[in-house]
Design a protein around this ligand. Structure first.
Ligand code: HQG
Length: 180
């Protein structure tokens, strides 16, 4: 991704996941917003970009963070929201092991309470160790947990997977976590 598309992607993450009100738009209950309305609102709030640039961001985004509706008229973030949206994920059977990257200063708290979702709708997990390491680095000195997802699922906990392959759960109790 070029630095321009990264900038647009970051701005879209902000308005499509966390603060649509910042540019005066509203997401519908499933997180969608009309593309023309989004482009107009971004332009009106000093962050203009074209439909072609938006297409480029959606197509080339390193984590496939955004998706167009089938008719191409609406757009939403695939996961990561803090605003209230209902993305209607189907419960799915997870791989045996998933990973979660965090900072080492959270260790004691996580060992006590497990992984909690905080401001987001779910705890975010990855199939790739490398993804977990880079997510952890965003918070400090990285610490990676192995999540015993298969075992947890067999004992009745639900898992979901987003369109861009991020695994999601409501809460990971500490007994399903191992330090990697
Ligand atoms: C931590 C990125 C103390 C948790 C990534 C994390 C992801 C606890 C932080 C997505 C805790 C929340 C989400 C407990 C959890 N005590 N700390 N009991 N339980 N935590 O940003 O997972 O690039 O809300 O470990 O790839 O870092 O934005 O979640 O460190 O998919 O597309 O509380 O964001 O995707 O931080 O990141 P976040 P996250 P994008």
């Amino acid at each position: 991704m070029s630095s321009r598309t990264v900038k647009i992607s970051k701005f879209l993450s902000l308005v499509l996941r966390h603060e649509p009100g910042r540019i005066g738009i509203q997401l519908d209950s499933a997180g969608w917003v009309d593309v023309d309305e989004l482009l107009r609102a971004c332009t009106a709030h000093q962050f203009p970009f074209s439909r072609d640039e938006l297409n480029q961001v959606v197509a080339t985004n390193d984590k496939k963070r955004f998706a167009f509706s089938e008719d191409g008229k609406r757009i939403r973030a695939n996961q990561g929201h803090s605003v209230e949206v209902e993305l209607q994920y189907e419960p799915s059977v997870p791989p045996e092991i998933l990973y979660h990257g965090t900072a080492d200063r959270f260790l004691a708290s996580i060992q006590q309470d497990g992984l909690i979702k905080g401001n987001r709708h779910h705890v975010h997990l990855s199939t790739e160790l490398s993804t977990a390491i880079s997510v952890g680095q965003r918070h400090g000195r990285p610490l990676v947990f192995r999540v015993l997802a298969g075992q947890m699922h067999r004992s009745g906990h639900q898992f979901f997977v987003s369109a861009n392959g991020v695994w999601l759960a409501d809460h990971i109790p500490a007994n399903f976590l191992q330090i990697h």
